[in-house]
Design a binder for this molecule. Sequence first.
Ligand code: IVH
Length: 814
Amino acid sequence: MTDFALQAAALREKLNQYAHEYYVLDAPSVPDAEYDRLFNELQALEAAHPELQSADSPTLRVGGKPLPQFAPVTHVVPMLSIRTETDVSEQGALAFDASVRKELALSESDPAVEYAAELKFDGLAINLRYENGVLVQAATRGDGASGEDVTQNIRTIGQIPLRLIPPFINPQGGKRGGLGGISASAGFPSVLEVRGEVYMRRDDFAALNERQLKAGEKTFVNPRNTAAGAVRQLDPNIAAQRPLSFYGYGLGEVAGWDAQPDTHAGILDALQQFGFPVCDIRAVVSGGAGLAEFHAKVAALRETLPFDIDGVVYKVNSLELQAELGFRTREPRWAVAHKYPAQEALTVVEAIDIQVGRTGSLTPVARLAPVFVGGVTVTNATLHNQDEIDRKDVRVGDTVVVRRAGDVIPEVVSVVLERRPTKDPTDLFSEPLNDRFDILAEYPVCPVCESKTVREPDEARVRCTGGLFCSAQRKEALKHFAGRRMMDIEGLGERYIDELVELDFVHNPADLYRLTLNDFLEMKRRADERDGTVPETVKAGQVTTKWAENLLAAIEASRQPPLARLIFALGIRHVGESTAKTLADYLGALDRIRQAPAALLRLLPDIGATGAVAIADFFAEAHNETVIDALLAAGVVPQGEHAPHPDLRERLNLAAVLAALDIPKLTLTRATQVCGGLERLSQLHEFTLGRLQDCGLPLDIAQSLQAWLAANPATLAQIDQLREQWLVLIPADSAAGRGVLSGKTLVLTGTLPTLSRDEAKALIEAAGGKVAGSVSKKTDFVVAGEAAGSKLDKASELGVQVLDEGALLAMLAK
Ligand code: IVH
């Protein structure tokens, strides 16, 4: 051999060894980079000396030129199929054993027959032909007599050895010879055809589909078809990109194998030693009972396997007995495939119901006409969420494919559209009987607690907004409420909350504050009785109370939480610790937080549109209001309430507020144009189209704004009022100058529309003004409401300026 030939052979040997370690043993001994380096070296060498190219060169694994068509291959030993046992119960295993015993004319007193039991892989059968240890051809099964030459594609499968690992070459050393000497063809059968299944692992399949999706390509239906399609792919470069795996399970033609084992199990062991992947889930068992046991064991494993199987296969272990049993037409008498009960079945969707999860998400569930799938009767199947319903378009009345995978909840796989009921069954083109199923439309309120349901943008799930109130969410809501960073009720953990809820002592957080020592003791007694865990001491009449006293004390101690913690404890969606703190810092009082509309909330730092809507929705839900009122009534008092944050003045500038209302086309820039010179947003209702255009708005935007104003006649006035109420409370600090009313004297008369007399007085005083009882020359303003009397007359007599409530608030807001 030339130096180059030796060098190439050495590289090939190393690379083949590394491939075996990596793909078959799953235990690489060198980093990928080292493999790549040697690979490139070999590729360069072969390119420079094409005569060095050999059939076992790893450089062939990367693909090659597309073929015009596959060449036919005649199988020397036909590739037979196996009979399938249709009885999916353990009887199927016993029946096979009985038939084998009968064929072998064994009597009852004869010993049990030994079987090799293995998995029936769900892929594509392949015959791999090795001559003197080197892979020379790979062929599909075809019709059993001849198949197609798919060698190029099969070489791309890393798990398939291009060259066999030699058997013991140094028996004295007692060690297998690794990949042996370069020239070693000694010890190999001159011809060895290995048969097995090319398949695709479930995770590889999922990853492949993910890649397809990302690349905008079509996704594959199932691992089996994908594996079969890849093997029968004319372009080996495409085949090389499909993650295929292989398991050996038998032999075809064999010649010159001195040490051929005499059992099937022995052959599988030998295949493994030659470097083939052989599945570890296999057993040598005794008699029909042994087969049935294997069948049951695999049934339990089935869903957890990393690949799909199509059942199990039983083979008479002794090759001698196999020969004696022989064949019946195209199937061996010594083997059988034993399947499992179907995992999929057809049935009809009788209704679509909703289950409310512990976090408030509404999960649609199909109520099915009872159907037997995978060994159990199924009457419900999850539909996951609206996107899933839309994707599969499952409607009430549809015939659907239901799948049961292991212990998980059965699932609707697809709809049989041809069987969808129509309004007029005699008319081929009649409309479907039922509409698409829309969770929000069907369940505008939670089926458990009747709180409003919502679906946030970009969210698959519809949710119940009744967090604190909804019994489906009770436990979770309470666990959150009592948590360390929330109300911090020490000792009130998961276990007690579960019991308090399950035994009906607590429905909502407010109930916690009404619990008595007796309640806790009673709860414990009932829980112990229920669980059969009544302690001996209790039976003897001793009841411990310390734990309950501690809990009560902890509850008591939580009655005065900082405002931010109370807000966080309420479990409002999208309100974590920091948002709760923002709300408390900026609005300063629970009442203001409760009243705030989404448009104002989203102007606070780090509160987005979604969060703002979630907060406003939460407080708008009457059930939540009830719970919060109950908490306050039970003596929970948020601490540290204060005036709104000084920054609020700038954040709530009119243009920002207007822009936050999400009026179509009205950006912040446009809102700023409109708000120049405005004192209150509600003034916009008086603007004509022309005037809006004078502000600089293009016609379409002006029209859009007008349309919105017409559709929302009260919104701006409400917002103006809240905004002004908040702003006047902001302390007049250096930045704001002294109060806007400082030095002014005002007189109140009549009933104001929203402010009580006391409130109006407080606001005026907060702004530095004074409230006097009667009108005089020194009076700066008279604030008049409904049924104002003589004071109003006096004002006009003296020429004192009269304000209504709106004007007062506007003035205060400045
Ligand atoms: S033995 C003479 N063993 O099942 C027996 N086949 O009907 C030849 N298969 O398409 C087959 N797993 O690809 C055997 N452990 C296994 C198998 C298996 C899957 C497939 C095989 C063929 C079909 C046989």
